[in-house]
Design a protein around this ligand. Structure first.
Ligand code: SF4
Ligand code: SF4
Length: 346
């Protein structure tokens, strides 16, 4: 039997609450009262207004308060420099964007500098274990509230990227983005902090700046967290887009770790770039909201709905030149979920 994906083309509180309830009922009562539930969101980068708003989260949280009562809002620190790079600034931007007024704890899942993580074993094709932000790894269940939009590396991003890239620790995010190792760029003051924290003794201070021995480096990302001068650089485009998608899908498998999950994906404010960037141009019309227990079915349905409502054109591929559907096939092949679904319109 095909997994159900619930869909509403309105964004009312009633519709959001109903979509959540219907998907939650599909978990078969596996999210019990008192279970620790991580509600994975994106708090939005400075200058971004496209993220799923606190107002749209309220109907989900109010139902969780009745059904569960032990939930928290969370995200993990970003790899790139910005307001979401450490927990202090990350919490501050969450507060500025209104997420701290919802009556539930707001926690950054991987600690002040992205160093708090759990290694989760998975049966992937690339990884045997992945590095998941600790508070997410320790939770009993997940609610992934995602925004469906374009992305320069993924073509589009929604539930799978939210669970995969979004739940990885800093070292996990580095692992997804690159097989290469960080390097020291401009701005190094030779303070030595990176060398102090390096577990592999891979950093040595030269005359002009520090240097990383790529042979010795384990890719733990500690030096990125430790450097207060933003001198440790990441080879962002070291992997082709398809490889980053595959790694991200495997991380989503580890984030879920067979836990019950409800995915809620808002298909509106469809910008060319993701919520880690300041607002970019809108490339599509608002479509609605989808919910499901299956992140792959949820993602496939969001993509299909956008495509069908834009003249059967993949607007993400047109805008980014990336075929984002690669992640759907790969995610299905590793058992993250199924692409086939039954759309239930509410
Ligand atoms: S922590 Fe940063 S500034 Fe200090 S030595 Fe390392 S790279 Fe240079
Ligand atoms: S990523 Fe980790 S192992 Fe590699 S140089 Fe930085 S601190 Fe050392």
């Amino acid at each position: 039997m095909a997994v159900k994906v619930y869909f509403s083309d309105t964004f009312s509180a009633d519709a959001i609450g109903c979509l959540f309830e219907r998907a939650l009922s599909e978990t078969g009562g596996k999210i019990a009262k008192g279970d620790r539930v991580a509600v994975k969101v994106h708090f939005g980068e400075e200058g971004n207004t496209r993220f799923v708003s606190p107002a749209n989260l309220r109907p989900v949280l109010s139902r969780l308060a009745v059904r569960n009562g032990n939930h928290f809002l969370t995200d993990a620190n970003a790899l790139y420099r910005g307001r979401r790079h450490n927990a202090t600034d990350h919490l501050e931007i969450a507060r500025e964007h209104g997420f701290c007024e919802l009556g539930v704890p707001v926690l950054i899942a991987d600690g002040e500098r992205g160093e708090e993580e759990e290694e989760v074993p998975i049966d992937g094709k690339i990884f045997r274990k992945v590095r998941i932000a600790r508070r997410i790894a320790e939770s009993d269940a997940l609610v992934a509230v995602s925004h469906f939009k374009g992305h320069m590396l993924f073509g589009f991003g929604g539930a799978i990227k939210n669970l995969g890239m979004g739940c990885g620790s800093r070292a996990g995010k580095l692992q997804m983005h690159s097989t290469l190792k960080p390097f020291i760029g401009e701005g190094c003051t030779l303070c030595g902090k990176c060398a102090e924290v390096c577990p592999a003794d891979a950093i040595h201070l030269g005359e002009q700046k520090a240097a990383i021995d790529p042979q010795a480096c384990e890719g733990c990302a500690s030096c990125i967290s430790a450097c207060e001068f933003d001198a440790v650089e990441i080879p962002w485009m070291a992997l082709a887009a398809n490889a980053v998608m595959e790694r991200t899908a495997e991380y989503a498998l580890g984030a879920l770790n067979k836990k019950p999950c409800v995915c809620m994906t808002f298909v509106n404010n469809i910008a060319k770039d993701c919520d880690c960037a300041a607002d970019s141009a809108l490339i599509g019309r608002d479509v609605g909201i989808v919910s499901s227990v299956d992140p792959v079915a949820c993602e496939q349905a969001a993509f299909d709905l956008v495509k069908s409502q834009h003249g059967n054109v993949d607007i993400f591929r047109k805008a980014t030149r990336i075929d984002g559907t690669h992640i759907l096939g790969y995610a299905e092949s590793i058992g993250l979920g199924r692409r086939g679904y039954e759309l239930v319109r509410l």
